[in-house]
Design a protein around this ligand. Structure first.
Ligand code: ASP
Length: 620
């Protein structure tokens, strides 16, 4: 086929622009053939670009020579068309299209490119192909209006965030991709150095250390739409490289940081046409666990209620529950009457492992018969309305239950750990019930955005595998100042699960939306001796501290201001605002769950020459 050059032809409008008020104008459009209908003397072409679609009419009688060429045009061919805008006749107006009141009568055609028959047609409303095909032909997938809308929306919210932060005095500063390992807790992606054989750069898991160094550098307020790299086993909704809205401030309180975050989220959500309520409520970690059994509560459904006090001691005995541990009720609204079978199926909501920690009772009619007063109190405390499902959750009674002696701090901490296990398993059951009855309570249907700050996280987490305490966040997170003594005590018991380390709370905060963590941050440690002690608590002796963080411990000694910050996942925010089912829908070139790029076919082996230059030999 003979193709035309674009020459000096200029586009006057985009394909989604024209309205009936443009009638009579001579215009030029350029785009892809979305659909072509051949009615003999008349050929209709829907021409598409990122803004929309316009119907073009080619009339054999007016222009026979052009007609011949149009007959050979197929879907996804690239055309430039000049013509006159005409109003459509009453009965051919298409109210579903924004350009549906007009059509363009073509007078000139340039055939700019042809196309192989694509594996799917971007113009089809329902492309019925698996995601691998979409990812392999991502450039075709990106032509789909749904993808355009997601990418455009992401652009809009990113711009709103940039503008907001710039207005608040933040500088956008880039930090290196080729750096050394940073401790965010995941595995690093490594880049071998040719110049220094046997040595490696690490791609940053986050700009954490750099942004703190920027504060030491006196830059006061920094932000970056930053790419982060973490080599983790990919769960359904993770990407090996992802984008964070990363920021850091000097001399902040928690409130300063929360205000900034709420401000830019408000800007982003408004840019996507949503309203959010501010200020976001706050909840300390321990309360989140007690009421929701999780550190990222979904506030769209009621909290759990502690109802142990409603029951007389003999009732708990008869129910064979552990009276020393929590007894809570989960309320799921508007579930209505359940059949015996439906209730039986609740058992499948608990795994074997969970069944060892909690048991549940959902036959409230029976419970009511035995303990009418207690159950009336439970109903009242939980705020139950008629039709709500109540499920009572407690720990099964153990044969060897030991009494907790008061005054024994370690025993009290053990007790707390066991209680938290009950809360957290009950919290999982709460979410499972919420999902199961989503069609009835409908709390997940509308666009309600329930934000929350979760604060005062534990600083240390017990790691069952290594039988030691690890830092819950990164190790630059400040503790509560009055918990320093617990730190002194705790470092002496690094391998004891009931160590005082478990009681230390940090000045860390997460911003949570509808049960999803959007981001986390903290006030940082700015004193060198405190930082060194934290490294020590993590089992790093002085030599290792020097090796890994010597430069940072040194920097902290040159007048480091108090500082703090946060990072939020931009991909996740875009996904929520697009109402998309996966992060891949809002990333132009995402990777699969197996961390591969199906379009570029990466990763790949490299040549022997390349390996030799890097002094690397591959073990076969
Ligand atoms: N760098 C941290 C992260 O990526 C966030 C922060 O503390 O600012 O999780």
């Amino acid at each position: 086929m003979q193709l035309d050059f674009l020459g000096d032809l200029k586009r006057t409008h985009r394909c989604g622009d024209l309205r009936s008020t443009d009638a009579g104008k001579t215009i030029t459009l350029m785009g892809w053939v979305n659909r072509r209908r051949d009615h003999g003397n008349l050929i209709f072409i829907d021409l598409r670009d990122r803004s929309g679609i316009t119907q073009i009419v080619f009339d054999n009688e007016r222009n026979p020579e052009m007609h011949e060429r149009v007959e050979s045009v197929r879907n996804e061919y690239v055309l430039a068309v000049t013509g006159i805008v005409e109003p459509r006749s009453e009965n051919t107006i298409n109210p579903k299209m924004v350009t549906g009141e007009i059509e363009v009568i073509a007078s000139e055609l340039r055939l700019l490119n042809e196309s192989k028959v694509p594996p799917f047609f971007p113009g089809d409303a329902n492309i019925n192909v698996n995601e691998e095909v979409r990812l392999k032909y991502r450039y075709l997938d990106l032509r789909r209006p749904e993808m355009h809308a997601n990418i455009e929306m992401r652009h809009r919210i990113t711009l709103a965030i940039r503008n907001y932060l710039s207005g608040e005095g933040f500088y956008e500063i880039e930090t290196p991709y080729m750096t050394r390992s940073t401790p965010e807790g995941a595995r690093d992606y490594l880049v071998p150095s040719r110049v220094h054989p046997g040595e490696f750069y690490a791609l940053p898991q986050s700009p954490q250390i750099f942004k703190q160094l920027l504060m030491i550098g006196g830059l006061d307020r920094y932000f970056q739409i930053a790419r982060c790299f973490r080599d983790e086993d990919l769960r359904a909704d993770r990407q090996p490289e992802f984008t964070q809205i990363d920021l850091e401030l000097a001399f902040p309180t928690e409130e300063t940081i929360h205000d900034v975050v709420e401000g830019f989220l408000n800007a982003a959500f408004s840019a996507a046409g949503n309203k959010i309520e501010r200020p976001f409520p706050q909840m300390p970690y321990d309360e989140a666990i007690r009421r929701y059994g999780i550190d990222k509560p979904d506030l769209r459904l009621p909290a759990m209620t502690d109802v142990k006090a409603c029951f007389p001691a003999d009732a708990l005995e008869t129910l064979a529950v552990d009276a020393s541990l929590p007894v809570v009720v989960i309320r799921t609204p508007k579930v209505g009457e359940l059949s015996r079978k439906e209730r039986d199926e609740h058992k499948t909501l608990l795994s074997d492992k969970q069944s060892k920690v909690i048991k549940f009772l959902d036959d409230f009619k029976r419970l009511e018969k035995s303990w009418p007063d207690a159950i009336a109190k439970v109903r009242e405390l939980s705020g139950a309305e008629p039709g709500d499902l109540l499920v009572l959750v407690a720990a099964p009674k153990k044969a060897d239950a030991a009494e907790v002696s008061s005054g024994d701090a370690a025993a009290a901490r053990r007790q707390q750990r066991d209680s938290y296990a009950v809360y957290s398993n009950a919290g999982q059951l709460r979410l499972a019930l919420a999902q199961r009855y989503a069609a009835r309570h409908k709390a997940f249907d509308d666009k309600t955005f329930k934000f929350l700050w979760v604060t005062d996280f534990p600083s240390f987490e017990w790691d069952e595998q290594s039988e030691t305490w690890t830092f819950a966040h990164h190790p630059f997170t400040s503790l509560h100042e009055d918990h320093m003594e617990l730190l002194d005590e705790g470092v002496k018991a690094l391998h004891d699960p009931n160590s005082a380390l478990g009681a230390i709370r940090s000045r860390a905060y997460d911003v949570v939306l509808n049960g999803t963590e959007l981001g986390s941050g903290s006030i940082r440690i700015h004193q060198q001796d405190v930082q060194a002690k934290i490294f020590e608590a993590l089992g790093m002796d002085e030599a290792e501290q020097k090796l890994r963080f010597g430069f940072f411990l040194e920097a902290l000694q040159y007048g480091t201001p108090p500082h703090g910050g946060i990072a939020l996942g931009l991909d996740r925010i875009a996904m929520i605002l697009a109402g998309a089912p996966s992060l891949r829908e809002v990333i132009a070139f995402p990777k699969t769950a197996a961390a591969t790029d199906l379009m570029m076919d990466a990763p790949t082996p490299v040549t022997d020459v390349q390996l030799k230059e890097l002094s690397i030999a591959i073990k076969k």
